[in-house]
Design a protein around this ligand. Structure first.
Ligand code: PMP
Length: 444
């Protein structure tokens, strides 16, 4: 697509390759995808990604606001990252022992975050959640965990939940619901509710885990003094406070939500943007807790932990974030984009709710004073999901759940093109014309 936002004309057999690949995918992978999150994701077949753009196998280009669900904070495959990764690939990817790169990566990570003494690397956010919960139970000798409505902590049996008419239950067939028996699910951003529960059961709670800014359902900041109160309550009852910064880490700034809100947990998890798109995650924490893993008393393992290309990517990403902080330009871009989306909504008589931070925000229809999952549900999220499909067909790659991620690679050309495409998509969608795929919109 050209930067004025027009959709490029291509031959009428456009998307033939994508259709064929989708057909083949459906025969060899359940649902044609390898993560159930993608069952409702945008569904062109992507050939390559560079900077803030994705290119479909049949020539469509998309401005990317999904960024692989967050990791590509610095854009897709920037040179400062690919060179050290390729060097690491050539020098042996996994040695089953320690490397200098992993020492550097751990030191840099502790320094960048500012508060933890130690880190352990893994590959996914999901597994680090498990490590944190196990460690919290080990150090407290308690079983129960408190978590919050609308927060996501991975897909395993003891954390995957869904809201069925106000009751939080196992979300998947085959999931052992008994694994949720030791979990209490509370509304978030309400310190009184938490204080009340802790008054009755505080002594039995091993951990409180939360996204310190809720990004998996809306993008909702903690209310004034909420995190401080949670911190104080955890200290009072000897509960391990775990921040799940898998999305917020490195996206909100080098110090993540901890630095933004000035509240320090006992343990925290990082993933996604930590390595610019390469699978790496980390458990970070104070030495007095983390050392229990080091003695072997608390088990944490993984064949690929500390794999060399991942460690090279962590080092390159953290050094880059320190030497070229992208946060001001990301904030400027996000602020302009949020304003532009709102303006377009107004201009077509369909006010959009665009809320959150410039680096990650949420778009929906409806009005509500949104402070938690319950108030978020008052918005018309399904209507936005329908618009999101139209946006993808017009070359704006977004998730149906309303979240938009901004990268350092988004520039003025992407901003202009996004707003042009967005306006056309909204108008077509309102006119009921936005059915079908990108190919349906392309002339011969
Ligand atoms: N925690 C949060 C807050 C997340 O957003 C995610 C993934 N979206 C996870 C944990 C799980 O991470 P992963 O997909 O890498 O297992």
């Amino acid at each position: 697509m050209r930067d004025n936002g027009d959709v490029k004309s291509t031959p009428t057999d456009f998307m033939t390759r994508a259709s064929e690949l989708r057909r083949r995918a459906a025969t060899c992978a359940p649902g044609g995808v390898h993560s159930n999150v993608r069952l409702t994701g945008p569904d062109d077949i992507i050939d390559s990604a560079q900077g803030a753009r994705l290119y479909g196998v049949d020539g469509a280009d998309y401005i990317d606001y999904l960024l692989g669900q967050g990791p590509a904070l610095l854009g897709h495959s920037p040179g400062f990252l690919t060179d050290p990764i390729c060097d690491a690939v050539r020098n042996g990817m996994i040695v089953g022992g320690q490397t200098e790169q992993e020492v550097r990566a751990a030191e840099l990570l502790c320094a960048a975050l500012g508060w933890p003494d130690m880190v352990r690397f893994g590959l996914s956010g999901t597994e680090m959640v498990q490590a944190a919960l196990r460690l919290a139970r080990a150090v407290t000798g308690r079983r129960l965990v408190i978590r919050f409505e609308g927060h996501y902590h991975g897909w395993l049996d003891n954390v995957l939940i869904t809201d069925r008419d106000g009751v939080w239950e196992a979300a998947s067939a085959g999931q052992l619901s008994s694994h949720l028996d030791d979990t209490l699910v509370l509304p978030w951003n309400d310190a009184d509710v938490l204080a009340d529960v802790l008054e009755r059961a505080g002594e039995r709670i091993a951990a409180i885990i939360m996204e310190p800014i809720m990004t998996n359902s809306g993008v909702i900041e903690p209310g004034p003094a909420y995190l401080e109160r949670v911190r104080r309550l955890c200290s009072r009852y000897g509960i391990v406070l775990i921040f799940d910064e898998v999305i917020s880490g490195f996206r909100l700034g080098l110090g993540g939500a901890v630095r933004r809100y000035g509240v320090t947990p006992d343990l925290a998890l990082y993933g996604k943007a930590i390595a610019g798109g390469v699978p790496v995650s980390a458990l970070a924490g104070r030495e007095d807790l983390m050392h229990r893993i080091g003695t072997g008393e608390v088990n944490h393992a993984g064949t690929f932990n500390g794999w060399a290309p991942g460690m090279a990517a962590v080092v390159a990403t953290l050094e880059y974030l320190r030497s070229h902080p992208p946060y001001a330009s990301i904030a400027e871009y996000g602020t302009q984009l949020m304003a532009g989306l709102r303006e377009i909504g107004e201009s077509v008589g369909e006010p959009l709710r665009v809320e959150g931070l410039p680096a990650v925000f949420h778009v929906s229809f409806g009005e509500a004073d949104v402070t938690d999952y319950r108030s978020l549900r008052q918005l018309d999220l399904d209507r936005y999901a329908s618009l999101a499909s139209a946006l993808v067909r017009h070359g704006v790659w977004v998730a149906q759940r309303g979240i938009w991620f901004i990268s350092a690679a988004h520039g003025i050309a992407e901003l202009d093109a996004t707003l042009t495409r967005f306006k056309t998509a909204v108008k077509d969608w309102l006119a009921g014309r936005a059915s079908g795929r990108v190919s349906d919109l392309l002339g011969p």
